[in-house]
Design a protein around this ligand. Structure first.
Ligand code: BTN
Length: 252
């Protein structure tokens, strides 16, 4: 372990598998059996049924990329505040990519991480709510690292090797653990306002006139003005601010 990336709790317990259906699914199974230490990581070299947002699949070549899930118990936040976790994790990944020297990093609402407009990482967060609290959070992260080629039709992907050079997976995992922990500690220190402002600072296409499509298939030009603390996108068009929930808008 490189002392520079020592953490307090994230990544201290690493549950490693050669192959899994999905690290999020394995984390769910493990949590049904036992409580796991906060910061536990479920890690695999290969997923056979990797899950993405909106029921999509997450494709990742064996041994090439990072696919893992992090378990947190964010007792400090209420279910209605859960979008802060998306912000914490997106910012942690953004910091890790900046730390290894990548540029033009942005966060596409709600939590895709982009390099110069191309997707390098995706996040799938599953929060389990019990009463007024989040009993646990499974934070699945897929980060394209050493994959050179991607199948057709999966958007506009990139990877660290395509942007820069080969990077050792475990080393990058340590950097990610450290950067995500720093942001999570800010949340635990009640710095939600600072986290939200930084998220807005890195928001893709903020304040730029761009094309979008609504759920009726209609295209329109609008300007992202921000994101509410509860997670809805704020978009200006036809001289008004409109609110979009996740799945109600696509980026063109
Ligand atoms: C997305 O952008 O659609 C989210 C992708 C999340 C993929 C990761 S890979 C590790 C974890 N396990 C899964 O099955 N999905 C997440």
């Amino acid at each position: 372990m490189d002392a520079r990336y020592n953490t307090l709790f994230i990544g201290k317990v690493l549950k490693e598998y050669d192959i899994l259906d999905s690290t999020n699914s394995e984390a769910e199974r493990l949590l049904k059996k036992n409580k796991l230490a906060e910061g536990t990581i479920v890690y695999t070299e290969q997923q056979t049924l990797g899950r993405g947002q909106m029921g999509n699949a997450w494709e990742s070549d064996r041994y090439k990329n990072l696919t893992f899930s992090l378990i947190l118990y964010p007792k400090i936040i209420l279910p209605k505040e859960q979008f802060i976790l998306n912000q914490v994790v997106s910012l942690g990944i953004k910091d890790a990519l900046l730390e290894i020297g990548l540029n033009h990093v942005s966060i596409k609402w709600p939590n895709d991480i982009l390099i110069a407009g191309k997707k390098i990482a995706g996040v799938l967060i599953q929060n389990s709510i019990s009463g007024k609290n989040i009993s646990h959070s499974i934070i699945g992260i897929g980060l394209n690292v050493n994959q050179n080629e991607f199948p057709e039709g999966i958007g506009n992907p990139t990877s660290i090797v395509l942007e820069q050079e080969y990077f050792e997976l475990k080393k990058l995992l340590q950097i990610l653990c450290s950067c995500i922990e720093k942001k999570y500690l800010m949340l635990l220190a009640n710095k939600q306002g600072v986290i939200h402002q930084e998220y807005l600072d890195f928001l893709f296409q903020k304040d730029v006139l761009c094309s979008y499509q609504n759920t009726n298939g209609e295209e329109f030009k609008g300007i992202i003005k921000g994101v509410k603390k509860t997670g809805e996108l704020l978009m200006e068009y036809q001289e008004k601010i409109h609110t979009f929930y996740f799945k109600e808008i696509s980026f063109l």
